[in-house]
Structures are given as C-alpha cells and as structure tokens.
Design a protein around this ligand. Sequence first.
Ligand code: AMP
Ligand code: MG
Length: 310
Amino acid sequence: MDEGVARVRDALQSGRLAAALRVQSTALRAVGEFMHEEGFVQLMPVVVSPLTDPLCHSVYEAKVSYAGQELELTKSMIMHKQIAVSSPHLPKIYIVSPNVRLEKEHLRESGRHLIEFSQVDIEVRGAGKGEFMGLMERLLRSVIAEVKREREADLGLLGRRLEVPEAPFPRFESSEARKRHGEGFEAVLSETVPTPFWVMDHKREFYDREDPERKGYYHNYDLFYPEGFGEALSGGERDWEYEVLKRKIAERGQREESFAPYMEMARKGWLVPSAGGGFGVERLVRYLTGIKRIGDVTPFAKIPGERFTL
Ligand code: AMP
Ligand code: MG
C-alpha cells in the first residue's frame, strides 16, 4: 500500500483528527456569525486569475493556461479585495479563500506550512490599523469562547486548555523587538508572551501602506499566537495612489505589467484607502487544538517537499 494512503487512513481512524475538524467547524461558524453581525458581506473565492499576490518570499510558480492565456492559482486575494472595496456598496468584505503557494522544501519541518491552505481574508474600506486590529481581537476572542463552549469534549480529548485572551493584545514594534531579541524575535516572542500579541511594521509587499512622512515605516501588523504557535495573521493599511504604488513596485524589482488591471484602476484613481488582513484556517485550528504539526489538523495535508498521495 502507498504510505500516504496508510497515513490518511490512520489519521481518519484515530478520532483526534475528527476532534480537530469539529473544532474547525465551530471556529468557521463563529467567524461567519461574527462577520455577519459586523455587517460584512462574504465573497466567493477566486481560484485562477491573471492577477495574484506577489508575496514577499519566493515560491514555485503555479500557473495554468486557458485559451491561450496564462492564469495563476491564487496565492491570496489581496488585490481583488482592494478592488472590491473600491465600491461604496461593499465597504466590508471577507472571503474564505483557498490559497496555493508552492512553498520551498526548507519549510518542510516548520510545522506551520502547507502548499495549499485556506485563508479567511478580510478588507474594510476606509479603516485604519487600530480599527482593524480591534476587530480581529474581538473576532479571535469570540472564536475561542465559542470553541470552549461548544467543543469542551473535543478539547478534553485533545488535552487542550484554552483561555479567552484579554483585549487589547500587547503590541511590539518590529524594530525594537529585533534590537532586543535578534532576527528570530518573532519566535522568541511567541514562546514567551503569554497571550496573542501584535508585531507592527514589516517591510514587505508593495500594497502595504508606507508612511509618506517616514519612509521605511509600514502601517501593517502581524498577529501571533502564544505557546510557540507563531504567526496567525498578516495585514495592513493599504496604499492606493498610482504614483506611490508604481514607485514601490519598482523598488521591489517587480514589473508594473504583472499587476496591469489593478494598476489601471489605480491610475484612474479608482482605488481607495482600506485596511485588512488574513488568517490561515489550519493555523488557527492548530492553536485552538494545541496540535503542533499543521499536517495533523487536515486529512489531505500537503507539506512542502513531500510526495502527495491524495
Ligand atoms: P500572509 O499574508 O502571506 O502572511 O498569509 C496570511 C496568513 O495565511 C498567514 O498569517 C498564515 O496564517 C497563513 N499562511 C500563510 N502561508 C501559509 C502556508 N504556507 N501554510 C499555511 N498557512 C499559511
Ligand atoms: Mg505573513
């Protein structure tokens, strides 16, 4: 028998995976209810498009051709989100979006990476970072509270104790954290800070808002889980002005043509300020269940560098 088939069969029979999937079901219901109560509209995912996230790290290409056109599998819906909230009729949106990122093999043992995962991707027209971070703190608190209430037996079976964290969560500036703890500051903080926390200001993709008065300072944020679970969410305020976007794309050695429809909208002045972010569903389930390896929270996990059976 193929080793992969045996592995999937064992995981399905063990009961632990099913407990994790029940926790996931409750978490997704809680997310949907929270978003609905907050007035968000859910969009269905884009799976293939000429336009996707350039990311700030290198992955293998995932392209298909259709009718003579090259399309990429979605890495994230960031630009589609910005385009959607440019409508005054859609100021608050979210998508539970499949993301394909053909991550490099060195991430095999990270415990946190898959080459396909689901992201809850959220964007709010006209929002600033404080407003969006507050929204995410309330969302995480309500998800944890619901999981504790509805999945007590599953958490017990998994040996997991969860507390609803107090808000606001602690915030760290990346520059200061780096000075204190070195390049591995994110891991150090995730191991030592006892609650979920934010790290502010990451130098990354062209669409995250750079302070116009303070070049090199980014109005973005990452949410981290404690107990060494690491990154939960990345997000930021967005840049929307054509000249700014053009300069930032060039500074990253990227080509404006790669983002042609988005840049056309920016040039016409159709994009608007917004803030948003996205969190990985499987990583959330890892934290909620206390299961360390991401491959153990989903039946058909694709770990970077492994051979896939199913
Ligand atoms: P990013 O904007 O690239 O940080 O992606 C948004 C979120 O998706 C991250 O904060 C993670 O929770 C999740 N995520 C990103 N890459 C992966 C991956 N390769 N496998 C699983 N989850 C991921
Ligand atoms: Mg990130």
